[in-house]
Design a protein around this ligand. Structure first.
Ligand code: NCD
Length: 345
């Protein structure tokens, strides 16, 4: 869906009381929101270490009910949201197959979502349509929050937030002055698109985009980087020079489920891979990220090295999604107070 409205206008339909009401686009998040969410994630994971702390978290939102509406394949993001609901004590139910809903009777997906919104207090949605979650959020206005768990080729804001959280933790909080390299199918990879929007909020970064010529980053993201004066370079070769200068390398798989006529078959993806043979080029502090699932672009032999942060991303995702849900329901101040009373007095 081509959205011709300005970003500012789109964000104004999704934010309320100075914070995201719905979580649909990365552009909704200012630095203060990102910092608050990272701090909240840290606090929640500390609190949950004790039985008493976890029971406190599980009492927070017991009165809310969630629908996890995932009509596009997913295991880790789905279970990440399930875990987040469990941490916050939110009863949830899921719909994963539209074939078992009234959509087979000819109901539109829009109507299905509106029906769900009458039963639940939160909808977490993954959908193959680029603009569907945003369309539903603006149609439903501020009735109940919708959290986008991945929309088509376009956005994956909760992944972007967990990626920032992972970068911050790995770099000891300092994201400024770093060089971050994205490799793979950048044209259709929603995780990279969403993360780039957030990176624009940090100073003195340099971004490399490395992709096959057919799968380069889309013009809307390039324009956004220019608007924010972020230094970047596009490459079609994954060279030793780029690897050497990177502080983080973010690998992605070929997104061939978006092919219309098998066009990925014409792409030689083999050189857009990171292997143990590249190790001699790595900075000692390099971090390697991947949203998963991976294919051959990321060598398993790297898994046991100090550079691999992709398992951390999975764990960080569960805490970040817990924090996002708590934040959307304005439960964060109670959590912060509990943390201060328990650990800082
Ligand atoms: C990503 C996605 O769904 O966009 N996976 C995820 O959410 N962890 C990346 C991908 O599928 O390649």
């Amino acid at each position: 869906m081509v959205n011709v409205q300005s970003t500012e206008h789109r964000v104004s339909l999704l934010n309320k009381y100075d914070r995201p009401f719905h979580v649909i686009l990365s552009q909704q998040f200012e630095r203060t929101h990102i910092d608050e969410l990272c701090n909240l994630s840290d606090m929640m994971r500390s609190i949950a270490e004790t039985k008493k702390g976890l029971e406190f978290l599980q009492s927070m939102l017991r009165h809310k009910r969630a629908m996890i509406y995932f009509t596009q394949p997913s295991t880790r993001t789905f279970l990440s949201f399930v875990s987040a609901c469990q941490i916050l004590g939110i009863p949830y139910i899921d719909v994963r197959d539209p074939q078992v809903s009234s959509e087979v009777k000819g109901e539109t997906e829009e109507d299905t979502v509106k029906v769900l919104s009458q039963y639940f207090d939160l909808i977490v949605m993954r959908h193959p349509g680029d603009g569907f979650a945003e369309q539903m959020a603006s149609e439903m206005q501020f009735s109940i929050p919708i959290i986008n768990g991945g929309s088509g080729k376009d956005q994956h804001p909760t992944q972007a937030l967990l990626d920032i959280y992972t970068l911050k933790r790995s770099f000891n909080n300092g994201l400024e002055n770093r060089e971050i390299t994205f490799v793979g199918d950048l044209k259709r990879g929603r995780t990279v698109r969403s993360l780039v929007y957030l990176l624009c909020k940090y100073k003195n970064l340099h971004i490399n985009f490395v992709s096959p010529p057919q799968l380069g980053m889309e013009a809307d993201i390039i324009d956004y980087l220019k608007r924010y004066n972020v230094s970047f370079k596009e490459h079609t070769m994954f060279s030793g020079e780029v690897i050497k200068s990177s502080d983080a390398i973010y690998m992605t798989r070929l997104q061939d489920e978006h092919d219309k006529k098998g066009e990925s078959l014409a792409v030689d993806y083999s050189s857009y891979a990171l292997t143990i043979k590249h190790q001699h080029l790595f900075k000692p502090s390099l971090i390697i990220m991947h949203p998963l699932p991976r294919r051959k672009e990321l060598d398993k032999a790297l898994d046991s090295t100090q550079y691999a942060k992709y398992w951390d991303q999975v764990k960080n995702g569960m805490w970040m999604r817990s924090a996002i849900i708590a934040y959307v329901f304005h439960a964060d101040s109670n959590i912060i107070n509990y943390y201060h009373d328990t650990y800082l007095k």
